[in-house]
Design a binder for this molecule. Sequence first.
Ligand code: ADP
Ligand code: MG
Length: 246
Amino acid sequence: MPLHHQSEESSQLDITNVTLRRGPHTVFDQLTLHLNEPRIGLIGDNGAGKSSLFRMICGLDIPQSGTVTVRGLDTREVSSKRPGMVGMMFQNPDDQIIFPTVEEELALSLSPTGVSRKEALTQARAFLQTRGLSHWSARTIASLSQGQRQHVCWLALLVASPALMLLDEPFASLDLPGQARLHRDIAQASQQVIVSTHLLEHVNTFERVIWLDQGRVRGDGPGSDICAAYRADVLARATEPTPPEL
Ligand SMILES: Nc1ncnc2c1ncn2[C@@H]1O[C@H](COP(=O)(O)OP(=O)(O)O)[C@@H](O)[C@H]1O
Ligand SMILES: [Mg+2]
């Protein structure tokens, strides 16, 4: 599998010689990636390291060695120097949502912009109106389905509009109209967007897709090529006889 051209110059997002351990497990060992493209897909089996990569890019996990820089700024400094530059939509909505109602959750997203709580609530309601979802403003999160919560997580990211958006399996709980809407929103976003997914049709046309396999880059290139290679590999593994227990 040809590896994507790795520019030596500083990129929008640079992951350089990174080793990341989570508990006793080494997730990445000397991983290097330079990520410049406006749309990047991230694919690979469960446990491949997709969520870990996102957690590292948004500064939730700090690598034991190597560096991660966003727009030239180390992730250790991003939250203090450029709050709101990186935003993540979590794989599990319950890991992301903090507030009891939809409008409060969206208002929280706007806090890095420095607006008052009252203004943030006003902007959140106005945003919901533009999406035809005014009736969701005061809805409690507890009253929403899993797919609706995932939708709220996307809206919370979209209203805040960070320069770099990380979407971790954002389609997983969405119904088909919800998937189509999110697909369209991603296509229209002016920001850099990185999307992890098992639904390959959503990243198949991306200029760049990265296939992670046990923390290593197994494929890196145009979406159609990398998705086809991953599909073929999955198919080959699915038809292999189950190895005997050792
Ligand atoms: N909280 C954690 N503590 C220790 N190891 C973890 C934790 N979360 C994930 N891992 C391990 O890190 C590796 C990568 O997991 P993850 O990034 O969640 O993969 P993916 O998102 O591709 O399914 C896996 O081997 C997983 O078992
Ligand atoms: Mg994951």
